[in-house]
Design a binder for this molecule. Sequence first.
Ligand code: FES
Length: 92
Amino acid sequence: MTNALSLILNGVAVDLDGSVSDEPLVWIIRDKLGLKATKFGCGHGGCGACTMHLAGCAVTSCNTLGKDAAGKKVAARFGQGAGSGGYPRVAR
Ligand code: FES
């Protein structure tokens, strides 16, 4: 039995199957949640293409596991920006 993985993505509560807990956050955001604007580059924390905010700190999501985001606020692309509305959506 797997536990659920819950997080708050761009201000929205999200519940996932806990089996994704050991997957890199970038693939959870892109593949499980469909936010393709989150980019993947080098895959080892060097390029910054996958950077997002986790609990207010910038992290590279290619080397951050889903379980590290459990119960925390995650701001992926389009969730970042000033004010509650973030930046305007310009790409998918
Ligand atoms: S893909 Fe390059 S830092 Fe994550």
